[in-house]
Design a protein around this ligand. Structure first.
Ligand SMILES: C[S@@+](CC[C@H](N)C(=O)[O-])C[C@H]1O[C@@H](n2cnc3c(N)ncnc32)[C@H](O)[C@@H]1O
Length: 198
């Protein structure tokens, strides 16, 4: 958001945790004191229900920055352990709810970048790009690019470093050494059912 206001953009950030909201407010205040001219609004709330955003902002926002709530904990509300299929289905539903809140705010032609990571569950790996792709198709987004971002330490030396691996102590599991980055574009003409939301 700080980068956005420094180049004069209009940005909205959403986080459910008041600590991050307060930290962002302070960073934005600092950016304004150093000449940033863009408009920024940081909201505390659930990314699936952006109620406080005024209607007049629809179609005018350059950046929405948030973490869609992927409730990837082991159990659902009923206390029963969720299967992988349950989790993937929940992720797809949460993303659709989030898209329905944010996409009407964004200017047409805006880029949407979604990152996810392979998830170990039991002896299986969950690929969360699948529910992302379903939700994006539902929202009428056009896929621009699919990228694998390797986890490598930032270093000012020239020597190549090996990627950071998760689960170093549990080597029996395959290592996860990248994030998936899916890049979409909000189409210039939204599907008919979106237009009423703008
Ligand atoms: C991995 S952190 C990302 C923090 C920050 N966006 C960044 O990139 O550094 C995940 C964030 O998602 C927030 N979060 C969790 N559930 C959320 C929800 N339902 N709506 C909005 N934010 C949520 C958490 O409070 C946490 O700050």
């Amino acid at each position: 958001m700080v980068e956005a206001v420094h180049v004069g953009r209009r940005a909205i950030g959403v986080d459910i945790d008041p600590r991050w909201v307060e930290l962002t407010e302070r960073n934005l205040h600092h950016a304004r004191q150093h000449g940033a001219t863009g408009a920024a609004m940081i909201l505390r709330g659930d990314a699936r229900h952006l109620q406080p955003v005024p209607r007049r902002l629809r179609g005018t926002v350059d950046l929405v920055l948030t973490t869609p709530p992927a409730r990837l904990n082991a159990s659902g509300h009923s206390g029963r352990r969720w299967s992988n299929a349950d989790l993937v289905g929940q992720m797809e539903t949460d993303l659709k709810l989030s898209f329905a809140c944010w996409i009407p705010l964004l200017r047409s032609g805006t880029t949407i970048v979604l990152t996810s990571r392979l998830l170990h569950r039991g002896h299986q790996m969950l690929d969360l790009t699948v529910p992302i792709a379903y939700a994006a198709e539902w929202a009428g987004l056009a896929l621009v690019e699919r990228i694998a971002a390797l986890h490598v330490p930032i270093s000012d030396t020239r020597r190549a470093r090996r990627p950071i691996t998760r689960n170093r102590r549990r080597l029996s599991r395959p290592r996860v050494i990248h994030d998936d980055v899916l890049v979409y574009r909000v189409p210039d003409v939204l599907p008919t059912w979106w237009r009423g939301r703008r």
